[in-house]
Design a protein around this ligand. Structure first.
Ligand SMILES: [Zn+2]
Length: 266
């Protein structure tokens, strides 16, 4: 099912999600789940922007160009192989810039989990997924208060490495009960799409990667491009959360926003 047919059926706000970082990899301190929410009628515009960018990379076969940020960054595979470091990074930035310059209704969401801060027995992926669904639902609550009653649909990469994300999607209904009211505005089950075919999942991949680089490597150059697009209201950033050990001072935009506006339930 492509984005167009999803839109025709649901007329909804679509939250495309992907992850960055591997839970078992001890060399990485963070796991990030992140993505972008677009109104379904605008999904096609986003796809076309990436098609246009792909055209500049492989004019003979733009459809073959899949934007996967970690592959672009490492420059080990075609068509990124042979690119200069700056050119490759410029591609990642160009993808993020499309989001930054897009429709006002497009919102970025991400949850960055410091793996060491998670208590034994807690599933890191579930923690991030619940957090994201809850933030997306809060966003839909706000839209609802303004008269927009569209529901939300979560769309995930079919080939996600984290199999627990696939399990969570299968158990979505029972999770709704376990998580309280978190899924109230969301359609029954998340959809899976193939990242090779879905340009929107490729945007989500870049958001997750930008946030991962920010927290895992202290590299803010990608994050800064999309930072103004995190869901926010009343001077508080709702679309980004940073899970770290309690009491550790942090000056990242998510933690700082909560310190300034005072502790709230979310
Ligand atoms: Zn922080």
């Amino acid at each position: 099912m492509n984005e167009e047919s999803l839109g025709r059926i649901f007329l909804a706000h679509l939250l495309y999600l992907d992850d960055a970082g591997s839970v078992p990899n001890a060399n990485e301190g963070y796991y990030v789940l992140g993505g972008v929410s677009v109104y379904e009628a605008q999904a096609d515009w986003f796809s076309r922007q990436l098609d246009d960018l792909a055209q500049t990379i492989n004019p003979a076969d733009p459809a073959s160009v899949e934007f996967h940020a970690s592959e672009i960054f490492s420059r080990r595979t075609i068509p990124w192989k042979g690119m200069t470091r700056d050119d490759a990074r410029g591609v990642i930035m160009a993808v993020l810039k499309i989001i930054a310059d897009s429709y006002a209704s497009a919102r970025v969401f991400a949850c960055a989990v410091e793996k060491a801060s998670v208590s034994t027995g807690t599933d890191v992926v579930e923690l991030a997924f619940e957090d994201l669904c809850s933030r997306f639902s809060l966003y839909l609550d706000r839209l609802r208060a303004q008269g927009d009653r569209q529901r939300g649909l979560v769309i995930l990469d079919r080939t996600t490495r984290e199999t627990s994300l696939q399990r969570l999607a299968r158990e979505f209904r029972s999770l709704g009960t376990r998580w309280g009211n978190t899924l109230r505005n969301l359609a029954d089950i998340p959809f899976f799409v193939d990242s090779r075919a879905s340009r929107l999942i490729q945007f989500a991949d870049h958001v997750a990667y930008a946030v991962f680089r920010r927290y895992n490597a202290g590299d803010t150059q990608y994050f800064d491009i999309i930072a103004p697009r995190f869901d926010a209201a009343d001077g508080r950033i709702h679309g980004l959360s940073h899970k770290l050990a309690q009491g550790v001072p942090c000056l990242c935009p998510a933690c700082l926003s909560r310190q300034i506006s005072g502790p709230l339930s979310d």
